[in-house]
Design a binder for this molecule. Structure first.
Ligand code: S3P
Ligand code: PEP
Length: 427
């Protein structure tokens, strides 16, 4: 069920934002930990998980399949695997991680599992992963458009073996298949065939976490992943703070000439912190890693950049907001597939930044953004948390940016409006 719209006037900053923020765990790591815990041969603990719509719905989906997921302690979730079974219904909300990671798990269940989600979830691409699942022996019925709503007729086991997928539309097609693959009778040899797979760091997060759960994974050949059949171990997962969720807060430092530190940042991370640091440095920021933190400092200069964002595609909306406030033009390319994200993000950014007064050229795979004097306007958020983050960043320096809905931020950071208001108040 989509929630009621919550219109919101983005607060403006009156001076530099200098603060330390504590943010919840990574959405992507929490989703993977939940799946691997559900498929393990013993219980698991997930420390510092993300508590937000995407991960709450993932927990509910796993419970519907027979897994005991106890989220009552908030910052310490307990997962006790059980025999996977239908009949079950799974609400995916608007979460790519649920719609791509759970159908392979449903194939391992005994019984029928029905999947559906928000209106826009029905438009997100699913065909390639469903075709690959079918080729591995799973019976799947999809809507005439090839996506949600869909039904997986689980047979209690998946044969597995070799499959080919075109994952140019989403790295999640690969991650979703790999996460369940150790439990397929023959394991999985998956080959990608098509234009490059985006979001490579998310694939590395998948294989890293699979290995940490005891799976044997070979990714030595480009575009080929081999997962041996075998057990997954229950374990304690400690989730890192969400880097993409932190980006709007870092952007606040850059836009206002302040400094924002993300507390609890680990010495070694499985999120693309190096790539993000490169990009923010190109925009003019200084990025440092004090012990236990990650700090982004605005230097008073915000430069336009030309960059391929395919590795960090989910960060495009906030980076586009920075580009609209920069002192020269930017070209953000290499992200055609984000037209299949929570909304068509390229079209949405072009429309909304244009409304604010920026000069925007839309390409098939990205945007050219020419900064011009901006003005307040109504900013449509398209049920997309990261469009809301982008609007909030522009709103810091442009009074009168009115979001049609800030409630959509509950997808990955329900406390966003309050955290953001607190941040602006400290400027
Ligand atoms: O596996 C994951 O957790 C994700 C992979 C990426 O998906 P795409 O490859 O579809 O961009 C990313 O954008 C998304 O927010 C999360
Ligand atoms: C693309 C995103 O999400 P999803 O996991 O729903 O694909 C995102 O969070 O920016």
């Amino acid at each position: 069920m989509a929630a009621e719209l919550r219109p919101w006037l983005a607060p403006s900053a009156t001076g530099p934002v200098t603060t330390t923020v504590r943010l919840p765990g990574s959405k992507s790591m929490t989703a993977r930990a939940l799946i691997l815990a559900a498929l393990a041969d013993g219980s698991s603990v997930i420390e510092a998980p993300l508590e937000a719509r995407d991960t709450t719905l993932m927990s509910a989906g796993l419970r519907a399949l027979g897994v005991a997921v106890d989220t009552s302690a908030g910052d310490r979730w307990l997962v006790e695997p059980g025999p996977l079974r239908g009949p079950a219904r799974v609400d995916v909300g608007l979460a790519g991680t649920i719609m791509r990671f759970l159908p392979p798990v449903a194939g391992l269940a005994e019984g029928t599992v029905e999947f559906d989600g928000d209106p826009h979830a029905r438009k997100r691409p699913m065909g390639p992963i469903l075709d690959a699942l079918r080729s591995l022996g799973v019976r799947v019925e999809a809507s005439p458009t090839g996506g949600l709503p869909l039904t997986v007729h689980g047979a209690g086991q998946v044969e597995g073996g070799e499959a080919v997928v075109d994952a140019s539309g989403s790295s999640q097609f690969v991650s979703g298949l790999l996460l369940s693959a150790a439990r397929f009778s023959k394991g999985l040899t998956l080959r990608h065939a098509g234009p490059p797979v985006p979001s490579a760091p998310h694939l590395r997060m998948t294989t890293h976490m699979l290995r940490a759960a005891g799976a044997v994974v070979d990714e030595s050949v480009p575009d080929v992943w081999v997962v041996e059949p075998g057990p997954l171990r229950g374990r304690t997962w400690t989730i890192e703070p969400d880097l993409s969720g932190a980006l709007p807060f870092f952007a606040a430092a850059m836009v206002t000439g302040g400094a924002v530190t993300l507390a609890g940042w680990p010495a070694a991370s499985w999120q693309p912190v190096e790539r993000l640091a490169e990009l923010l440095t190109a925009f003019g920021a200084e990025v440092t890693r004090p012990a236990g933190g990650l700090t982004v400092r605005g230097t008073g200069t915000l430069r336009g950049v030309t960059a391929d964002l395919s590795e960090v595609s989910e960060m495009t909306p906030v980076l586009a907001a920075l580009a609209a406030l920069a002192d020269g033009p930017s070209e953000l390319r290499g992200v055609e597939h984000i037209r299949g994200h929570e909304t068509d993000r390229i079209a949405a950014l072009a429309a909304e930044l244009t409304k604010l007064g920026a000069g925007v050229t839309e390409f098939r795979d990205g945007l050219r953004i020419e900064p011009r004097p901006l003005r307040g306007a109504s900013f449509e958020t398209y049920a997309d948390h990261r469009m809301a983050h982008a609007a909030a960043v522009v709103g810091l320096s442009v009074p009168g940016v009115r979001l049609t809905d800030v409630g959509c931020t509950s997808k990955t950071l329900p406390e966003f409006p309050e955290l953001w208001a607190g941040l602006a108040a400290r400027s």
